[in-house]
Write a protein that binds this ligand. Structure first.
Ligand SMILES: *Cc1c(COP(=O)(O)O)cnc(C)c1O
Length: 371
């Protein structure tokens, strides 16, 4: 059996251990400490956000963002349909109602035209949506000017799910910093990792302060344990934050490597008429977390996926839209067929920043053989 090539595997430098060792040496083995504060500062410095709270996961960050915006039972929250379920699950933690909005063709993210249609229709039906969860999928920025225009017209706050988009920019501004709140993920497969973790960012420091309070069991200021609100155990540990600090040092290198992987695939496969790539539009800078391709139809997509599988190469279909998921398909949706089509024809190729040239050539050769 040939050596396995993964979609995107953790890529450590070893420098992370310097911060982790410091945590051991100082006995800061707790969900607080210098690495926790340091990582928050690093994220603010990198993204230009005014405040940050590091948490146990990106999912926890979305959950707290919804709570901070006051989302309660039966409130409606608009969410990109073309995404990973973790974008939408926290809506249900709050017993709120997800309203799914389909994609546009240029970035595959939420369609601004359909977003406005959805808002108008929800208002007609009696309820103004309370928030918009906007995803930048595979590290590609959404059409921010248009989306922000619609959101501000109807005064609906945006939570940016930038779990896949740390290191991506729109008009030189970091993804995650456009909305009222933004979230990042440091799961093992993301562009940088703490093994598991996430962050909430906002230009309103009160939000992040409140998030940290809620994430550490909502302890009021008293010598004993006093609680006036329900808390969570969502804080990041000082050990994992140490890994995060080491990873932040190489974030730009990781983005460069991911973009290089994309460019290499394009050069090798662009001339195959059956294969289409997603290019950046004007003003957008993708981190190219995963390189994605579109084939002409489902059968071709499966042919490529299975051929790669035979070579012990991991490739995965694009995200199955939320409005098609058994757990979400009864909720309101505004669709145009685009995400469904992408799901049928699309494939993620191995895109690890630690993939060698030889490994990438193996993927390319396996695909070239088919066309
Ligand atoms: C990974 C991911 C999340 C969840 O992040 P976790 O840290 O794994 O909880 C949310 N949204 C998107 C789009 C993701 O890819």
């Amino acid at each position: 059996m040939k050596e396995k090539i993964w979609l995107s595997s953790p890529h450590l430098t070893g420098e992370e251990q310097k911060y982790v060792k410091q945590a051991f040496d100082d006995n800061w083995v707790a969900p607080l400490g210098p690495n926790v504060n340091g990582l928050e500062q690093d994220i603010c410095n990198y993204t230009g956000s005014k405040s940050c709270s590091v948490l146990s996961s990106g999912t926890a960050a979305i959950h707290l963002a919804l709570i901070l915006l006051g989302i309660e039972e039966n409130d409606e929250v608009i969410c990109s349909s073309f995404t990973f379920s973790a974008s939408a699950n926290p809506i249900r933690y709050q017993k709120a109602i997800p309203v799914f909005v389909d994609s546009e063709k240029d970035t595959w993210n939420m369609c601004p035209v359909l977003l406005e249609e959805a808002i108008k229709d929800r208002i007609r039906k009696g309820k103004t949506p309370k928030a918009i969860i906007l995803v930048h999928l595979y590290g590609m920025p959404a059409k921010m000017d248009e989306i922000l225009g619609v959101a501000s017209q109807y005064k609906i706050p945006i939570i940016e799910d930038a779990a896949e988009a740390l290191g991506a920019f729109y008009k030189d501004k970091a993804m995650g910093t456009f909305g009222e709140l933004g979230i990042f993920s440091f799961n093992g497969n993301k562009i940088i990792t703490t093994s598991g973790g996430g962050a909430l960012v906002s230009d309103n420091p009160e939000y992040c302060k409140r998030a940290t309070f809620l994430a550490t069991q909502a302890r009021d200021d008293a010598p004993h344990y006093e609680h006036t609100t329900i808390g969570f155990n969502y804080r990041m540990s000082n050990i994992l934050a140490g890994i995060g600090r080491g990873q932040m040092e190489v974030l730009d290198d990781r983005v460069k490597a991911k973009r290089n992987v994309f460019d290499t695939y394009v050069k090798a496969l662009e001339s195959i008429k059956e294969i289409k790539f997603l290019y950046e539009s004007k003003d957008t800078f993708s981190n190219r977390w995963l390189t994605t391709i579109l084939l002409e139809n489902y059968d071709q997509r499966e042919m490529v996926r299975l051929a790669l599988q035979d070579e012990n190469i991991e490739a995965r279909p694009l995200w199955k839209p939320m409005h098609l998921q058994p757990i979400f398909n009864t909720f309101p949706k505004y669709t145009n067929g685009i995400s469904e089509d992408l799901f049928r024809k699309g494939l993620c190729l191995p895109s690890g920043s630690n993939m060698t040239n030889l490994q990438q050539q193996r993927v390319i050769d396996a695909i070239l053989k088919l066309f």
